[in-house]
Write a protein that binds this ligand. Structure first.
Ligand SMILES: [Zn+2]
Length: 248
């Protein structure tokens, strides 16, 4: 029986440089491995977000206690530290890439330590049925601050550029900083995506709005037992954000 699907949000799977130990964007490779082991011990299985979107449409099933592990921004350390661990477990995952910054750096966040982002060739090589490539705008701007023309560029161009790289449909979108409003949910749908994740803390049921899926941000300071407790809570909380009509 499936209750809810928890979606988890990670960023950099790296040992933080001195002074950034409390930065929640960093999860050390050892901590990440302990998170995966703890989730596996309680019967969870990682799937890509597209499988959840298909399940919501009534098109396909999910394993018992499915969870979605997502990675925002597309850092190189996800490819070197996280994906091999997930592949060894047979788990799927979803990366959300900043389409205009492939092969560049996290220039949108000058306060953070500089990090390399996956380049197009690596993204193409990694993309598979298990490793889903989703979009996270072109330049990592808050979509709530954009006018209609800018919104179209950040959403539509990001999808088309990534589809050119991976050679398959790009169905999933993550709102930078989690920020969204009703009109931006509609804009994501109109740009051809099948669903979008926020940073709202709810588990996702079959009737949860696919353009306003809940997701839990996970920092490196979260011990495995606490992650399991948070996931257990998301697995059985009532569905929030029921599917809304998104009139044009
Ligand atoms: Zn981001």
């Amino acid at each position: 029986m499936i209750w809810r699907v928890p979606i988890l949000c990670y960023h950099r799977i790296e040992v933080p440089p001195p002074g950034y130990e409390r930065d929640r964007n960093f999860v050390t490779p050892a901590a990440f491995a302990s998170h995966l082991a703890a989730l596996a011990r309680v019967g969870c299985t990682g799937v890509p977000l597209r499988d959840v979107l298909a399940w919501q449409r009534g098109d396909g099933t999910l394993p018992r206690r499915a969870v979605v592990i997502t990675f925002d921004d597309g850092y190189e350390s996800v490819a070197t530290e996280a994906l091999p661990r997930l592949a060894a477990m047979g788990w799927g995952s979803t990366l959300f890439l900043v389409a205009g910054q492939l092969g560049a750096t996290n220039a949108w966040d000058p306060a953070a330590p500089v990090a390399r982002l996956l380049d197009p060739a690596t993204v193409q090589a990694l993309a598979s049925d298990r490793v889903e490539m989703g979009a996270h705008t072109m330049t990592h701007r808050r979509v709530t601050e954009l006018d209609a023309a800018e919104l179209r560029v950040e959403l539509l161009e990001a999808r088309e550029r990534l589809e050119g790289v991976v050679g398959r449909p790009v169905e999933s979108f993550a709102f930078p900083y989690g920020t969204h409003r009703a009109h931006t949910l509609r804009a994501v749908r109109d740009a051809g995506y099948a669903g979008a994740v926020t940073l709202k803390r709810w588990g996702n049921g079959r009737r949860t709005d696919p353009f306003r899926l809940g997701r839990l941000s996970v920092g490196g300071d979260v011990p495995p037992w606490l992650l399991v407790a948070k996931v257990a809570k998301l697995l059985c909380t009532p569905t929030r954000s029921l599917r809304q009509p998104h009139p044009a």
